[in-house]
Ligand binder design. Structure first.
Ligand code: ATR
Length: 284
């Protein structure tokens, strides 16, 4: 058993995970003693994994990735309310003698939007494409920030069930083919629209067909955000950029969720002044 503090990412498979690169970069930047590992854990091994880590004083916690983000809830002593609502945990830390689960995907998703969220005079609408696991954290975070969510899936029924399962009473559910913004929402007394379009589907990812979006329904000034990060510039983002929209890529969310987790594992917030170098290493 090691005495050096460590955290790790668990999943099955795990070889592809970029988390060690990110956390070890920050540990080195801060000159902190510690290590971040990649650990292959199969579903059957989860009970044994947690039993061992509970008794390991060097263990600072773990990130959880596919396919365990839901299954780990059963092994925890406490689950943060946001993670409970999302139904998924991606950060686990030892706290007060027990294991506590959090979800940092929502905070990571919102991080690149921080400057916009200061603009309180805009009516906030988010059109969320897809309703899988990633969309749950994204939608929960956006609703917490006052966005009116429009969830689009291949069939509108699935989008409605998704909103219901998140406990979101309002919001709009629509079929992907009817991408036009709904007209029946209340602008109240705010002026102008902040229209965010978010891709949470796998479309545009390496090996997947591109997502075809009808840009005639995207008003000028909208932001197009793709949580896919391989490739960094998806066909959707390339077209949005060419049309003059502000774009945000998936690496921003990946780094943002890691930053929120890092502070829980190792104490200090990670240094962010060298994000450019970190991004270069992640895409090398
Ligand atoms: P996650 O990792 O986020 O759980 P997923 O479950 O693979 O991802 O897919 C997320 C969403 O992408 C799903 O909502 C899925 O759409 P449906 O709800 O209509 O099934 C959507 N998605 C996947 N492939 C798609 C495709 N070819 N066209 C449109 N949407 C697609």
């Amino acid at each position: 058993m090691t005495t050096q503090p460590y955290a790790e990412v668990i999943g099955d498979p795990i070889a592809h995970s970029k988390s060690p690169l990110i956390h070890n970069f920050w540990l080195a930047e801060l000159g902190l003693e510690g290590e971040y590992r990649r650990t292959h854990v199969r579903a059957d091994d989860l009970p044994g994994y947690f039993a061992a880590r509970r008794d390991d004083p060097a263990w600072r916690g773990c990130n959880v990735t596919v396919p365990h983000k839901q299954a780990v809830l059963a092994h925890l002593d406490r689950v943060d309310p946001a993670a409970q609502a999302i139904g998924a945990v991606n950060v686990i830390v030892p706290e007060n003698g027990g294991l506590c689960g959090y979800n940092s995907d929502g905070a990571g998703f919102l991080e690149p939007l921080t400057d916009l969220l200061g603009q309180t005079h805009l009516y906030r609408m988010a059109r969320i494409l897809g309703a899988g696991g990633a969309a749950r954290a994204v939608t929960h975070a956006l609703v917490a920030e006052g966005f009116d969510p429009v969830v689009l899936t291949r069939t509108a029924d699935k989008a409605r069930a998704f909103l219901d399962s998140l406990g979101i009473a309002g919001g709009h559910a629509a079929a992907l083919e009817s991408f036009a913004a709904p007209t029946d929402f209340a602008f109240d007394d705010r002026v102008g629209l902040l229209d965010l379009v978010v891709n949470t589907t796998p479309l545009g990812m390496v090996g997947q067909p591109p997502l075809a979006l009808d840009f005639s329904h995207v008003p000028p000034g909208s932001i197009v955000y793709d949580i896919v990060y391989a490739p960094l510039e998806t066909p959707l983002l390339a077209e949005a950029r060419a049309r003059g929209f502000r774009t945000i890529d998936g690496l921003a969310m990946l780094i943002g969720q890691a930053a929120a987790a890092f502070a829980r594992f190792f104490g200090p917030a990670p240094p962010r002044d060298r994000d450019g170098e970190l991004r270069a290493r992640l895409t090398a």
